[in-house]
Design a protein around this ligand. Structure first.
Ligand code: NAD
Length: 372
């Protein structure tokens, strides 16, 4: 049993991982400032009890400790780490939208760089934390992923290279447009690696592609599968930037939670081979066997809902990637993990969850908490 602190632990990824690790017998504390818009379900007040994930954890997993803390406040973070004494920190808190980062780069910087630094540095100074897992993103590669030749098919782009297995961790991060979000996440990613190298911390970086699943409250610019399905069931047209042929590898949240649980239990001192290696950076996603384009996604929604869905097309946005597929060979070869849930099954599960929780989405607060 380990003590594990999860920052952003009341967000989509964080709370799923918290539940999984708690079920495995670990003692979990989640830290969050509940800043994500659209997770509050009343317009009357902003008490924590109105936050969906806060209430959910309270009701079904009361053994998980909840801390209402902002990672931009270094003293609060330090005190929490000193008091809770975690051996492991999973850092999933932050500003998550590339689109919003262009509108307000300072806000993005404060949350994703200063916030991360506060947590990482307090972890180092505590001398209690042994493992630090940073939830990074494929956006650290920016538009370098757009530099491979593609073939345009009817519903999607294909890589020209037939043997393409996805982008590996060796892809360059330089000479690329990242968006401020990509840059702030990359800065955090490098800090985490650096602290591992120079302070001997056991640090790991997971660079995620698209994670989706139940209890994901998608918004414009983040969580696109859930956001688009919500629009589809509400009869709103689906907004597509570009031609809809852009391809992503997608990973269902349960596969990610299983991976994190498996990684932590197969690493912490149990597998010296992994911990002796210098770079513990992994691309994580559905991989080459679990990809979908936006047009194909809308097609799946149409067959689930049995109706035609309207799409509205507009220009590509800054930093949009035409094709991103993670090469997940490295994580597979080290701990034997690969996804179990394919896009058919995952999209079906997500759509069922949204349909049976439609009431949640009717009254939710919109963007008013943005940039605070
Ligand atoms: N979901 C994906 O597909 C995906 C893909 C790549 C990377 N990521 C990364 O994974 C992490 C988690 O993403 P998610 O999808 O769960 O998003 P999310 O918005 O659901 O979760 C992030 C959580 O962090 C909290 N938070 C934000 N700023 C904070 C602050 N200053 N102090 C404390 N808490 C704060 C939010 O309230 C939210 O609960 C993010 O760092 C994101 O960049 C996610």
């Amino acid at each position: 049993m380990s003590k594990i602190l999860i920052t952003g632990g009341l967000g989509f990824i964080g709370h799923h991982v918290a539940i999984k690790l708690s079920q495995k017998g670990h003692k979990i504390a989640v830290l969050d400032n509940l800043s994500r818009p659209n997770t509050f379900f009343s317009n009357s007040s902003k008490s924590n009890e109105e936050n969906y994930n806060w209430k959910y954890i309270d009701e079904f997993y009361p053994q998980i400790e909840k801390k209402f803390i902002d990672i931009r406040d270094k003293e609060e973070v330090k005190i929490l780490i000193q008091n809770f004494k975690p051996e492991i920190i999973i850092h999933a808190a932050g500003q998550t939208s590339a689109v919003d980062s262009i509108e307000n780069p300072r806000f993005d910087f404060k949350n994703n760089v200063i916030g991360l630094f506060n947590v990482l540095n307090s972890a180092k100074e505590s001398q209690i934390v042994t493992d630090f897992l940073y939830i990074s993103t494929n956006k650290v590669y920016g538009n370098n992923v757009s530099k491979i030749p593609l073939i345009e098919g009817k519903t999607r782009y294909f890589p020209e290279e037939k043997k393409f297995t996805g982008f590996s961790e060796t892809l360059s991060i330089d000479h690329s447009i990242h968006t401020p979000y990509g840059v702030s996440k990359l800065t955090g990613d490098l800090y985490v690696q650096e602290f591992g190298q120079i302070y001997g911390m056991k640090n790991t970086v997971f660079r995620l592609s698209c994670i989706y699943g139940d209890q994901q409250f998608g918004i414009h610019g983040q969580g696109f599968i859930s956001y688009m399905f919500l629009n589809a069931i509400s009869g709103k047209p689906i907004q597509i930037y570009g031609n809809g042929k852009q391809v992503r590898d997608i990973l269902y949240i349960d596969d990610l939670s299983n991976l994190i649980e498996r990684y932590l239990s197969s690493t912490s001192s149990l597998n010296p081979k992994i911990f002796n290696q210098k770079s513990r950076v992994y691309n994580i996603g559905g991989g080459i066997n679990n990809t979908i384009s936006l047009l194909e996604l809308v097609g799946k929604f149409e067959s689930i809902l049995g109706k035609k869905i309207e799409m509205e097309f507009s220009n590509w946005r800054l930093g949009d990637q035409k094709l991103y597929i993670s090469d997940i060979t490295k994580i597979y070869s080290e701990i034997g993990w690969k996804p179990n849930i394919n896009p058919e099954q995952g999209i079906e599960r997500l759509s069922k969850w949204i349909e049976s929780n439609k009431h949640l989405f009717l009254n939710r607060k919109q963007e008013e908490k943005k940039f605070t």
